[in-house]
Design a protein around this ligand. Sequence first.
Ligand code: GL5
Length: 829
Amino acid sequence: EWPIGDETTWKTALDANDVDPEDAQGVANTVVHHITTSLARQAGNMDTLAAYQATALSVRDQLIKRWNETTTYHTSRAPKRIYYLSIEWLIGRSLDNAVLNLGMRNTYEDATRKLGFNFEDLLNEERDAALGNGGLGRLAACYIDSMATLCLPGWGYGLRYNYGIFKQLLSSTGEQLEAPDPWLDRENPWEIPRLDVAYPIRFYGHVESVPNSDKAVWQGGMECLAVAYDTPIPGYATKNCANIRLWSAKPVQGFDLNSFNAGNYEASVQASSEVGNITQVLYPNDNMYAGKLLRLQQQYLWTSASLQDILRRFLKLDKPWSQLSDFICIQMNDTHPTIAIAELMRILVDEEDVPYDQAWKITTKVFAYTNHTVLPEALEKWELSLFEKLLPRHLQLIYRINYEFMGQVAKRWPNDMDRMRRMSIIEEGTPKYVRMAHLAIVGSFKVNGVAELHSQLLQSTIFRDFVEFKGRDFFTNVTNGITPRRWVLQCNPELAELVTHTLGSDQWLTNAQLLRNLLPMAEDVNFRKAWDVIKKNNKRRLADVLEEELGILVNVDSIFACQIKRMHEYKRQTLNIFAIIHRYMQIKKATPEERKKMQPWTFIFAGKAAPGYYIAKLVIRLIVNVGKVINNDLDIGDLLNVCFIPDYSVSIAEVLIPAADVSVQISTAGTEASGTSNMKLAINGALLLGTVDEIAEDAGEDQCFMFGHLADQVQQVRFNNSYNPIPLDQRSPELAEVFKYIESGVFGDAHIYESLTKTVYEHDYYLVSNDFGSYLAAQKLVDDVWANRDEWTKKAILTAFAMGDFSSDRSVQDYADGIWGVESERVPE
Ligand code: GL5
């Protein structure tokens, strides 16, 4: 039954809104409509920025239409839904991705050309949505793309930071400088403000218990609102459109009227500025928790608002609370949203009158937790006093959760005080802490790691006690993946075209396993030729950027070796730059005859360091200064170049990745949970040069250059480095030579790098010296294969087309089947 007004009028109007996806004139009409109305401009008053904005608004209309159809369909079907809670969403740009997923890329290109614009120029007007640090945030973005493509009924939830990850600048001496990223300064055409969707959030205050019940009343303190902003995410080759709902903090009232009336204007707006701070900026730490009050405020605002939103949707179904987990699953992306467990308990017990025990049963069927790192410095724990001040009721609930949990542990292992101390959600000591990973495990029905090796390590190290307590089935693995839409189709259109043409269809874009059918093409001369042409084109495109942006001329026939990721000691950019210095020294020493036999390399680095991470910043400085010396040394010709590309971003990755020959993945074995740049590089045909990684098994170890100590040897080597140290010149004579070279001042004042080399001279926790020799040897093998280019191209093809398993569609399907229990709900055509 038609709800309001005249049905024919409505339907005619809705039909008039439809655009034929093939009709360039129709699309141009919608763009011009936005130019003249939304932007209030005319043809005579246009620039590419305005053209981009109008085009984006036109695309957004398409997305909103699908978004509406998806939500209407899902509401009518009432399926179980998955909610993905991630404090980071590293989306990058949206225009190209959206038109590709909509299947309207060509139409938009035509339409904007007819209007006098080059589509590529419009794409370059867009700013990256950089609401994330690195792998974890980008993973969330790939997963929402796959959720939409697989037609799963699911939404993402996050925070709408006014400032994304900082912009990285380099000083003239090579130091990283940080500048803010005011990405919302220009209007963001991809978001839909939902000012009517706002939930109250409380901080601080006090708690009064309700006699003879589990309930308590939490009141006072500071109240604010979380307001929703939606970003529609289109699936590929489907009408389904997912959503990322981001929360922005807003004061309940603009200002305090009493202070204002008393003539104190400053005080009247004070509360609103504290609230405004909450969603002001993304914390720029990767694999490292900060322990700051503001961060806990962010986590609570985000998870409380998300839960209120999720439960409101559930309540409309009119089902009992006992069925909550039949309709809802909440995936926690790392421990950042773990406070949601206590928040759901609070809502059920205090607000919905559910008895404590029942509430706990309900809660522990809803949440699942993904761990993304074994690094101890990344495991979140909150100082108890800070926690109690901000969230007093939640701490009470956590005490009760822990009390019951400890009771169960004590029952299983009587008098094992040490075990209880290890497993407790509260870390005893001065000060005391709340351990979020423990709460996440105790409150979830499933916990997973993100790669085979990582999941095994989790179970044998940091979560070992919990494996004994919960049993092996409670822990599982879901290997990470990347979306082939952005990371092949969008960033490497020529390769995508070759694949589609050779396979005779584009189905590989939604079924990446089909790539395997192309493995025999490694033996096809013509295919290899086509492959080489594409790689060369991509390398030229990158070389142009390097020349324009950095003034560095590189040899496009050299081996492009990319190490592109956050700057971190465990990722060992050090190993790479030290090996580059070693190579430079070898070239300098070599005779002209010897030089002729050497292979040319271009080493490319990109990545940000956390602003407070001194050693990581020093590594950037060394790379930049080594680059300056090497790139300006005419004597070595074009045998070696070193580039550090500042301000690494999703958009820069899209240019770098298709151009790489070698993917440098050299973290200390067992420390990188599940790299994802390696997956993007491999599927674009870069050969893996790295420490042992599961991707090697898929590509076939023959195609990779592996080196270094294995994960199970690391502890012993570390122990020796600390307690039975051998002097560096015996551990690694080559590295000792490199250090002497640095100390001689070739790359600037040697003192600058003392604290960096000291980390290796002394404990060498990350085994740089222990793996140096074998890293050099692995590079030598790379040289040998490069000398036989046919061989090289074969390996590249075999690597790329074995990558089907690393599609995020596979990962998300694994989650859906193995953890979430949600099914595809495709909107009918
Ligand atoms: C990370 C891991 O370090 C990465 O190996 C992994 O790809 C990513 C997604 O699973 O998660 N863990 C982490 O804390 N950050 C990561 O990137 O920031």
